[in-house]
Design a protein around this ligand. Sequence first.
Ligand SMILES: [Zn+2]
Length: 364
Amino acid sequence: MKKESLDIKMTAGGSFEGYEITEYLDFVSGQIALASGFLANIAEMTTQESNTFTSKLQSASDTALEILMKNALALKADGIIGVALTYSDFSGSSIGAVASGTAVKLKKIQKKEAITNELFVSNYYTRLLPRPVRIRLLAIDGKVKIAGDFYNYNLEEIKAIRADVELENFYGEKMLLSGIDFTFEKNNISMLESFYVECDLDEKYVGMTCDAKVYLQKYVTSKDVFACTDNPINVSMSLQSLKALKKNRGIDAFERYHSDGSTWTCNCGHINGAGAEECAICQRKESDLASNRSFNYDEMLEKMKTMINVTGMKDVLMQYIKQIDPGIRMELLEIMESGLQYERTRGDMTSSVYDKVLRVFETN
Ligand SMILES: [Zn+2]
């Protein structure tokens, strides 16, 4: 029951979303009686008479609420809480509608804008562990909260994960949050999304943070507590390339697929033997990873990496250009041209050009 005519708020509940009650004024009511003789014989009413009766009750309750609102406004109230509407037997054959509630003064709550930030985790474990993939930060009302998302490859019933989280801001400054306890609402699904938990981070850093690394300490399943002393591996690509990779290959992707004949590296980062058809960790099939791409650009990228200037990188590109999808050739050539131009004035541009080239392949 909510009504907002007559410039007063009403609710059957005890509060209004977005408002705080500053004063409880008084109990208020409004009542109206229907004409006597109305209830002569309900059982023998025709449909027509019954409809008339219902609409009369409706209009009586509207009137009772209107009186209630006017009475509350007379007290200079802004709202009425706990509004109840009842029909009461006034005397013998007459019935009435009674509306009641508590008149209150209200003040609008000034909400501070929340600041949020989502970061892809840039290190990973090669063993089958709950895999940290994303960190979420939230600053609200002067407090900073953190949540973590974990890939749960074998659908274990994971109840809690304790980890250190290392954050890095745009200036390369690192902040370590030790022993964060992540807990989960649902715990035997492939993607575990933790609740937010308060952490010791300055509000101003939330929007400035650009990288997160997670170091697992222990985790709890329905069976036992497991410790983790492994050293995770840092991803080898730039954060922008990582983002592109994840967009294409899934949020648990940490490395580009590549094969050297005796082993192949899965998108999840695990190195599998050449004989393995699917990855031991994430079960991606090698045939899917390899066939996903018309041109295996790893070899070309490896060669580009060894070049000391953009001129050399462009030469490498030209060796492969005929094998590359015509749709992205122009884009790659433009990257080289602008790289060459900048190189004249700014010096070494090779890593920036490499990242741009990688992104073209990862997003196409
Ligand atoms: Zn894998």
